[in-house]
Design a protein around this ligand. Structure first.
Ligand SMILES: Nc1ncnc2c1ncn2[C@@H]1O[C@H](COP(=O)(O)OP(=O)(O)OP(=O)(O)O)[C@@H](O)[C@H]1O
Length: 301
């Protein structure tokens, strides 16, 4: 549904997006992650025809954005929630968009309901909206044409925890209904729950990508038991490498699947207090580690 092939953007001497390739399958949510300045927005702008690539290409439903017959009906885009006309009411913003892409007024009310903007809020001018309300309006605009694909740049920005929870539900339902979602974030935990796959970029380059489970399991397994010293010895005996022995009861990090560790513990009657995929550091640490080395902002430090 979304195919990105060797996409590159250079601004003078700066390579903002450096030869990235990935795919987003129908029915899935892909989190596009990277620190500030990593090149996420530039990549999304190229995907949606707003910035011409220096080389490479991106297709949506088999065509470039510019080749799409009625892009507003096929691809829902939210790149900059503050770009909406400040002097119009939320409802007016959506009505104007509805006319331009050819959808009914009734659909405007439907999407307002979907994003949880009340009658009163829809009648307020956008300049008086909070950032969270602007995000909801931006998502409403993206959903307006009943698209099959959603491309959202930092949609969780400005949403409170409840709003983030709501957005996850909305995107999950959209994907479960066969839709394709690409959403960017500079915060792993915002997308970690909802995303099926993750694409992590730093300084324009892909630094890691794969299914969430795959990326999580790269960190090994964390295990905590009532007797970690004995468990470590049992694991070593079974040729399962223990990479860390935590101090103060923080457990072990083991280079094996949780199932393997659990079985050894069960066979030897060691009581487990915790058993999970990922090292003690978790995906967040891995993300920070992967991107710290490639953060442009880090250059100044
Ligand atoms: N029009 C432009 N001209 C020159 N440089 C640009 C332009 N647009 C983006 N850049 C640079 O390209 C790099 C990537 O920027 P981009 O906005 O794509 O990053 P991002 O990952 O979306 O970060 P953020 O979350 O901070 O927006 C940055 O160094 C930015 O300064």
């Amino acid at each position: 549904m979304i195919t990105v092939e060797n996409l590159t953007k250079r601004y003078g001497g700066l390579t903002a997006v450096d030869d990235i390739s990935f795919e987003v399958r129908p029915g899935s949510v892909v989190g596009f992650l990277g620190p500030n300045g990593a090149g996420k927005s530039t990549a999304m702008r190229m995907m949606t025809g707003l910035t011409p690539p220096t080389s490479g290409r991106a297709t949506l439903l088999g065509q470039t954005y510019r080749e799409l017959h009625n892009p507003g009906r096929q691809v829902g885009v939210m790149l900059d929630a503050s770009a909406q006309h400040p002097g119009r009411t939320g409802r007016e913003v959506l009505r104007v968009a509805a006319v331009s892409i050819g959808v009914s007024k009734a659909r405007v009310d439907e999407v307002l309901g979907l994003v949880g903007l009340t009658e009163e809020e829809a009648g307020r001018r956008v300049r008086n909206y909070s950032l969270g309300m602007r995000q909801r309006l931006g998502i409403a605009a993206a959903l307006l044409g009943e698209p099959q694909v959603l491309i959202l740049d930092e949609p969780a920005n400005g949403l409170d925890p409840q709003g983030i929870h709501w957005m996850r539900g909305l995107l999950r339902r959209f994907a479960d209904g066969g839709g394709t979602v690409l959403l960017s974030s500079h915060l792993l935990h915002e997308v970690q729950i909802v995303a099926d796959d993750l694409v992590m970029i730093g300084r324009g380059r892909i630094v890691a990508m794969g299914s969430k489970e795959e990326l999580l399991s790269r960190g090994g397994t964390t295990v905590r038991s009532t007797d970690d010293v004995r468990l470590a010895a049992l694991l070593e005996r079974a040729d399962v490498p223990v990479t860390t022995i935590g101090s103060g009861g923080s457990g072990l990090v083991v280079d094996a699947e949780p199932g393997v560790v659990g079985k050894i513990a069960a066979d030897e009657r060691v009581v487990l207090l915790e058993l999970r995929s990922g090292g003690s550091e978790g995906l967040e640490e891995m993300f920070l580690g992967l991107t710290a080395a490639t953060s442009r902002e880090g250059d100044a430090a």
